[in-house]
Design a protein around this ligand. Structure first.
Ligand SMILES: Cc1ncc(COP(=O)(O)O)c(C=O)c1O
Length: 441
């Protein structure tokens, strides 16, 4: 006779996982799903998930590799495919004028987030701390907490172009994250700003993780720099790049890190124990994307996407300002950072409940974001125009203390594709993808 089974075990999260705030975007999407009504979809501006299709050269290269390269189905190496590492080195040279050794100074990543998250694990241990920009991309805090490391706040100063205030970090900090063009503020740093970061790292004996995921997405005439353009940066810094934003392939999960060979060796050693490298065919195809670059200027395929994002940014920022709202003028990345003196979280709730508009409360990016909300421009212009039409009713005080009507006074919406963004987004080259995907941003 078999013994009666014990009741099934109750699984709970580890303490280190419990300490990490829930990834904000998952919760926002859940709340948005509750608000969906037939004929009145929630407009989703919360996630930076590029909606423009990748360059044809990239998808063609992938199809060709899958069709004709029988060696592409094997494991890659932890450091990444040699052909892609060479393409990365070439990209750094032509785009930033930075010479890179593809053997020692490049590692291919399963999206830049994988490397950004892994570096503290590979480098730091008990008693050490990670400095995290505030406001900043939430994955940095998670990376510290998931590796039992202390988090120290690196405040970005609203008055000074959202640049970091390096004063006040303790001697425990062994790694500092920095990100420009910046998510969520949309600000771009210049070489003197990056030099300050490099000087700090040298003085402090700390490593720097410079997140350049949006290096190609800027709206001014001057392209964004690489931190490796700063003399001495290579001794302290690793720079992270993402193909997700530049080439519209967030789901492919291909990114790369360049810079200090010792830091990269540690990261690759960690990778060899965990992920075995990014998918081989995707890495080989990515060579075609980086190969589109011939110099500092963006290739036409990337320039067209950036022009579309820029058009959306300008329309949204101008529309918000016309309603008397305060916007930080965006210089890069995919976001409009709107100031809400009465609190971003309350406005985000109000927009969702009363206007069916989903934005990210700035508090999701840290204490420094509490007076803001972030709008992502990875939705077509037609949806931005619809949101701007819905906004006044959501912003006005409710008559009679709330009449329960959905989004009071919301005008009827034109059929999809009739806004000025509709014609652009329905063009065959830059057709928007359906809004059903879920991924962090
Ligand atoms: C600042 C920043 N860094 C990195 C990433 C991650 O990009 P990837 O898709 O390369 O992992 C994101 C994604 O939104 C981001 O905003």
């Amino acid at each position: 006779m078999t013994a009666p089974r014990r009741s099934p075990p109750a699984f709970r999260e580890a303490i280190r996982l419990a300490r990490v705030p829930l990834y904000p975007f998952a919760e926002l999407e859940r709340r948005a799903a509750e608000q969906e009504r037939p004929g009145r979809p929630v407009l989703k501006f919360a996630i930076g998930d590029p909606d423009l299709p990748p360059p044809e050269a990239l998808t063609r290269a992938l199809a060709e590799i899958l069709r004709s390269d029988p060696t592409s189905h094997g494991y890659s190496t932890s450091r990444g495919e040699p052909t892609l590492r060479e393409a990365v080195a070439r990209f750094l040279r032509v785009r930033f004028g930075v010479p890179i050794d593809p053997e020692r100074e490049v590692a291919i990543l399963v999206g830049s987030k994988e490397g950004l998250s892994g570096l503290p694990r590979a480098l730091l241990g008990p008693g050490e701390a990670v400095a995290v920009p505030d406001p900043g991309y939430p994955a940095y805090v998670a990376a510290a907490l998931l590796n039992d490391l202390a988090v120290e706040r690196l405040p970005l100063r609203p008055g000074g172009g959202w640049l970091p205030d390096w004063e006040g970090l303790s001697a425990r900090v062994g790694l500092a994250y920095l990100n420009y063009p910046n998510n969520p503020t949309g600000q771009v740093a210049r070489l003197p700003d990056l030099k300050e970061a490099v000087d700090w790292a040298h003085d402090h004996g700390s490593a720097l993780a410079f997140d350049n995921a949006y290096s190609e997405i800027t709206y001014g005439s001057e392209p964004a720099p690489s931190i490796l353009e700063v003399p001495g940066a290579r001794e302290v810094a690793v720079e992270f790049h993402s193909l997700s934003k530049t080439f519209g392939i967030p789901g492919w999960r291909v990114g790369f890190a360049v810079g200090n060979p010792d830091l990269l060796r540690l990261l690759v050693r960690l990778k060899s124990q965990s992920d075995s490298g990014a998918a081989t065919p995707l890495q080989r195809a990515a060579v075609a994307a980086l190969g589109l670059y011939r110099g500092r200027e963006r290739p036409p395929e990337v320039a067209r996407a950036v022009a579309t994002y820029g058009e959306r940014i300008r329309a949204l920022a101008a529309g918000l300002e016309a309603l008397g709202l305060e916007v930080v003028p965006p210089q890069g990345a995919l976001y409009v950072w709107q100031r809400v003196r009465s609190g971003g979280a309350a406005l985000a709730e109000r927009l969702l409940d009363r206007a069916g508009i989903l934005v990210t409360p700035g508090s999701a990016f840290g204490r420094g974001g509490e007076e803001y909300v972030r709008w992502s421009v990875t939705r077509p212009l037609s949806e931005i125009e619809t949101a701007l039409r819905r906004l006044p009713a959501a912003l006005s005080p409710r008559r009679g203390g709330g009449d329960g009507a959905p989004a009071v006074g919301t005008p009827p919406e034109p059929p999809p594709g009739t806004g000025s963004g509709g014609s652009r987004s329905s063009s065959p080259r830059r057709r928007a993808r359906p809004a059903t995907r879920r991924s962090p941003g």
